[in-house]
Design a protein around this ligand. Structure first.
Ligand code: AHR
Length: 360
């Protein structure tokens, strides 16, 4: 059932539920209580999770977070559907969960488009839909209850700002040939990270985009695309901008098999690999400097989603949009911070201790 409550209680409710939030540029950012599970003490709630698939380390960590959190012991019965990266299967899953009369739908949408009809059906059925990680592009702001996820544009802008600062600090003045391995076309992660790079390309005439292609966030396709790019552009490639760690794993394999090296000395002919996610293996490669900078994408949504559901159960209204706080990692030491849209973000060093303390 849709829960509504008086506007005057919104702020109080947000403070009660989300003490660890701050507002940046008009958007709420969650940076505390991200591990705290809100246990449901009432009757068990049935939650339908519309999954994307198992395309990346990040996705496996995300799926695990929800499976570990939405347990019977915590008061939830989790139903899942795996779309194997196909948006039409996700739409079908939403409809199935509606016919099963679940209490909540958690939707991680593959693409931004194609959601108006099924979300309207969920609303008519009175089932709250929490969209998370990626976003949906719909005209009706009431099509879903709330969204929680990454600021993909800022991730892309931070990675590009890091490259700009790194080139400046290392005194590299030559042309910069860039190859761009994109994530799934029309996914929020692809749209935002691509926009971040495109804005930087416009700002830097000496940066040349040699080629770009969709690798669907997978290692296999990342390698395939990189093999093709190396065949076409070879030694003109200075930088590979991979839109996630799995694509970076594939790209590094292709680089090494072709006799090039993934590293940080552009004068020597190294290819600088930029990546996103900061999954365990991605950070290991960052520590080895095969990935020059890794911009985090936080996957452990389970606990925050329980907090959102329990807030709705109490009749509270949630902020419509919330971002999770994300870090950036490099083993190079410099630059140690980047500034994007007037906000300065630290670039954290990577160590074995840091990697082993992280859950993914
Ligand atoms: O939506 C999050 C993105 O999707 C992650 O960067 C990626 O690894 C995943 O597959």
């Amino acid at each position: 059932m849709m829960k509504r409550f008086a506007a005057g209680t919104v702020l109080l409710a947000m403070l009660a539920v989300w003490p660890g939030t701050a507002v940046f540029g008009g958007e709420t950012v969650v940076f505390e209580n991200v591990d705290e599970i809100a246990v449901n003490e009432g009757p068990t709630l049935t939650v339908g999770y519309v999954k994307i698939g198992a395309e990346s380390d990040w996705r496996m960590a995300c799926n695990k977070s929800l499976a570990d959190t939405f347990t019977i012991d915590n008061g939830y019965f989790l139903l899942t559907s795996d779309a194997q990266q196909k948006q039409d299967r996700q739409v079908k899953a939403v409809r199935e969960f509606i016919s099963q009369e679940v209490d909540y739908i958690l939707l991680d949408p593959i693409t931004e488009s194609g959601w108006a009809a099924s979300l309207e059906e969920a609303r008519e059925a009175g089932i709250p839909v929490i969209v998370f990680d990626r976003e949906v592009d719909v005209d009706d702001p009431e099509a879903y209850t709330a969204w929680l996820g990454s600021d993909f544009y800022t991730e892309g802008a931070r990675a590009s700002a890091w490259l700009e600062a790194y080139l400046e600090e290392s005194g590299y003045e030559g042309e910069v040939g860039i190859v761009h391995i994109q994530g799934t076309t029309d996914s929020s992660a692809q749209i935002g990270r691509t926009r971040g790079l495109d804005e930087a390309l416009e700002k830097h005439p000496q940066w040349e985009l040699l080629g770009r292609a969709d690798a669907d966030f997978t290692t296999a396709k990342g390698k395939e695309v990189m093999v093709e790019m190396l065949e076409e552009f070879g030694g003109r490639i200075n930088v590979v901008y991979c839109e996630n760690d799995n694509e970076a794993y594939g790209a590094i394999e292709a680089i090494e098999e072709a006799g090039f090296s993934a590293g940080t000395d552009l004068e020597k002919g190294d290819i600088l690999v930029l990546s996103f996610d900061a999954a365990n293996n991605g950070l290991m490669l960052t520590m080895e400097k095969k990935i020059a900078v890794n911009t985090e994408c936080a996957p452990c949504y389970g606990p925050l989603l329980t907090q959102m559901i329990m807030a709705l159960e109490r009749g509270e209204e949630l902020p419509k949009r919330q971002y999770v706080y994300e870090q950036q990692f490099s083993a190079l030491g410099k630059p140690d911070s980047v500034t994007v849209s007037g906000r300065t973000w630290p670039v954290a060093p990577v160590s074995e201790e840091l990697i082993s303390a992280r859950p993914y």
